[in-house]
Design a protein around this ligand. Structure first.
Ligand SMILES: O=C(O)C(=O)C[C@H](O)C(=O)CO
Ligand SMILES: [Zn+2]
Length: 276
């Protein structure tokens, strides 16, 4: 498990392109047959990718979290962004089609991940945070959530935001998680932008053509920086940072937050006049 320490905004201002990437960008999340985990000290979130081939992959306890099993003191939200697969939670099997979401609460001991076909493997994206009580395991499909239509064609930000794990949806201790899909021809996400000093956030960009690039914006509103990202890469946003982006083609992204509350609308809007 890789560890990423928190950063102070005054320090972040001084980062070179390479340092910004080292601190915030998460590459190579879905290596065939592998499990990758990044432990961020921003709200102690763990971001991961699991892409099983023929063999089942287990998510176990790690020394970095001094846990006998992964969910000993944690909860996890999982989305499948690859081919269909299955997740077994203490013997119960959940069929996970593309874009399906599964929440697993604290206390579940055995988590097994498998792909239905090694030729088109599942890609399980996970976001975990510390938990204080157990909430029931729940699954929801992308198509079963209506979502909110946001933005417009004319502003190149026409998109639908689907909230899966949140205050009025699947219950959790502190995770809020969902998916935003850009409509054809729209390329801007989360603009006008915002911060929420109460929660850190991670974006995973996917369904972006291999030749396309995402220009993800971060930093304090008056000290913005960008990170150039590829398909299936994630980026950590500290609570003080804006997080929005524009790509050279359309895409979908998963947003995941942890922190003080799980109130989706608790955002501090940033006016265009503040941006530098
Ligand atoms: O497109 C958007 O706008 C979003 O999806 C915003 C994220 O959900 C977010 O940043 C929530 O805090
Ligand atoms: Zn946000």
């Amino acid at each position: 498990m890789e560890i990423r320490y928190s950063t102070h905004p005054e320090h972040a201002k001084t980062f070179t392109t390479e340092q910004i990437r080292e601190h915030y960008l998460i590459e190579a999340l879905f290596e065939a047959g592998e499990i990758k985990l990044v432990y961020s000290m921003e709200d102690r979130a763990i971001v991961g990718g699991i892409s099983p081939l023929e063999d089942v992959i287990a998510l176990k306890g790690y020394d970095e979290i001094k846990a006998d099993y992964f969910l000993e003191r944690r909860e996890v939200g999982i989305f499948n962004v690859g081919g269909s697969g299955k997740i077994k939670v203490d013997g119960d099997t959940y069929e996970m089609k593309t874009k399906d979401c599964l929440y697993v609460g604290m206390g579940k001991k055995e988590l097994l991940f498998e792909s239905d076909s090694a030729a088109n493997p599942a890609k399980f994206y996970l976001f975990s945070a510390p938990a204080h009580k157990e909430y029931p395991t729940q699954q929801v499909a992308f198509n079963n959530i209506e979502g909110d239509r946001m933005g417009s064609n004319v502003n190149a930000n026409d998109r639908v935001i689907k909230r899966m794990i949140h205050e009025e949806g699947i219950q959790s201790c502190q995770i809020a998680m969902g998916m935003t899909k850009l409509h054809a021809g729209s390329v801007w996400n989360s603009m006008p932008t915002h911060t929420h000093n109460r929660r850190m956030e991670v974006y995973l960009y996917f369904d972006l053509d291999e030749q396309d690039r995402m220009f993800h914006m971060m930093g304090e509103p008056d000290q913005t920086r960008h990170i150039v990202m590829k398909n299936e890469e994630a980026v950590i946003s500290p609570p003080w940072s804006i997080h929005c982006g524009v790509a050279t083609g359309s895409y979908t992204f998963i947003w995941a937050m942890a922190g003080e509350n799980k109130t989706y609308r608790d955002m501090d809007a940033v006016s265009m006049n503040e941006l530098r």
